[in-house]
Design a binder for this molecule. Structure first.
Ligand code: PLP
Length: 398
């Protein structure tokens, strides 16, 4: 028996982190590994944001902050939600957290009772299922089809809802697929949610700014369901601020207060300096993000060209985020030069790491065991070299 709680024993280590660990072991042996496994911008935080953090320190922002975040930051978030998303919220509806991750966890822990069903659109972001488990809920994984760019449809959702359904979770733009829900698709989903008054929606919009198709639609824009939508967003991706740990949610007052309550007992809210930096980030608008998005778009296009030369990858065109997510079942059953059979995307990812020295994450981590996720948030030359290596090593499979 273990001294650890059942809760922790039931939890998986983040697989994106596990793959990175294996890659680091090879690097320690002197192997030149190209890592495309991380979900992180390769850009520095813009200078004006760094400057605001230095200034905050000099001005003495070193004390506890209000648990849901500084009032002026929450006001700036309300202005952002109005400007970008046409959503009217007051500071009392906003809770600033230690990354979007904590905002997601706060919400799940605030809403889900043991036995409640949480419909998770798949492919999903790694932590959703583990958060549901932590809340002793039951995840109901609903897989989008490759033909529909991995997006779940309103009909599929309707069929999955039961009287026990409490929450629906998805990201758009999606990590890992890069898919973006259109206005029509989300409107149809909102209609389904409207018919089931016990169902809430957790809309993870952390990749909002990294969008190549233009329109970002928030689920909360549909008035008939707005009160039951929790919108999560943050600074990690759009402002290249992963290490600052700054995210937020917008929700009705009851849910926002519940999230504040959890946070008051577990973290007391996030770092004062990060919050001052976040305020400056928002005041700077989205110009810096738009510059980064141009680079992400160029890399996506370049990688899609390179992938065309790799037989057996079925790769929908991502509309946002910074990943490609090919289906690799074409390689299942093939043999490696040393006689091992590739039975899964995980076997293939391991072969690409050991033979091609490129690290990626197998889709099992995202509920899609036929796929592999490659991050395109890396320098152009690195990406080009990586996909040439991949092509060459895959050619060795027979
Ligand atoms: N949601 C999705 C879909 C993500 O990909 C990530 C980060 O990888 C997060 C949330 C967490 O973001 P943060 O760094 O703000 O906690």
């Amino acid at each position: 028996t273990s001294v650890l709680s059942d809760r922790i024993n039931a939890m998986h280590e983040s697989q994106t982190i596990a793959m990175a660990k294996k890659a680091r072991e090879l690097v320690a042996q002197g192997v030149d590994v190209i890592s495309l496994s991380f979900g992180e911008p390769d850009f520095q935080t813009p200078q004006y944001i760094k400057d605001a953090a230095k200034k905050a320190l000099d001005e003495g922002f070193t004390f506890y902050t209000p648990v849901p975040g500084y009032l002026d930051l929450r006001q700036a978030i309300c202005e952002k939600l109005q400007r970008d998303n046409h959503l009217a919220y007051k500071p009392e509806n906003i809770v600033v957290s230690t990354g979007a991750k904590q905002a997601l966890a706060n919400t799940v822990l605030s809403l889900v009772n043991p036995g409640d069903e949480v419909i998770v659109f798949a492919p999903y972001w790694v932590s959703y299922e583990e958060m549901v488990k932590l809340a002793e809920g039951t995840s109901v994984v609903l897989m989008g089809s490759l033909e529909n760019d991995f997006k779940v449809t309103a009909e599929e959702l309707e069929a999955a809802i039961t009287p026990r359904t409490k929450l629906i979770m998805y990201s758009s733009p999606c990590n890992p697929t890069g898919s973006v829900f259109s206005r029509e698709e989300l409107a149809a989903i909102a209609k389904v949610v409207e018919r089931h008054p016990q169902v809430y929606v957790l809309a993870d919009e952390i990749y909002e700014y990294i969008n190549f198709v233009g329109e970002h639609v928030s689920m909360a824009q549909f008035e008939e369901v707005k009160d039951r939508v929790i919108t999560v967003n943050g600074f990690s991706k759009g402002y290249a601020m992963t290490g600052w740990r700054l995210g937020y949610l917008a929700a009705n007052k009851e849910i926002a207060s519940a999230c504040e309550k959890i946070q008051s007992q577990i973290t007391s809210g996030t770092c004062s300096i990060a919050q001052r930096a976040g305020l400056a980030a928002l005041q700077g608008g989205r110009t810096s993000a738009d510059e980064m998005v141009e680079a992400y778009r160029r890399r996506r296009d370049m990688v899609l060209e390179l992938v065309k030369d790799i037989p057996g990858f079925r790769t929908p065109t991502p509309s946002g985020a910074f990943y490609i997510f090919p289906d690799v079942t074409g390689y299942f059953g093939k043999q490696t030069p040393d006689g091992k059979t590739i039975n899964s995307a995980s076997d293939l990812a391991l072969f690409m790491l050991n033979d091609g020295h490129v690290a990626a994450v197998d889709g099992g981590a995202f509920g899609a065991p036929n796929c592999i996720r490659f991050s395109t948030a890396a320098a152009d030359e690195k990406l080009r070299e990586a996909f040439i290596r991949i092509k060459n090593c895959l050619a060795k499979l027979a």
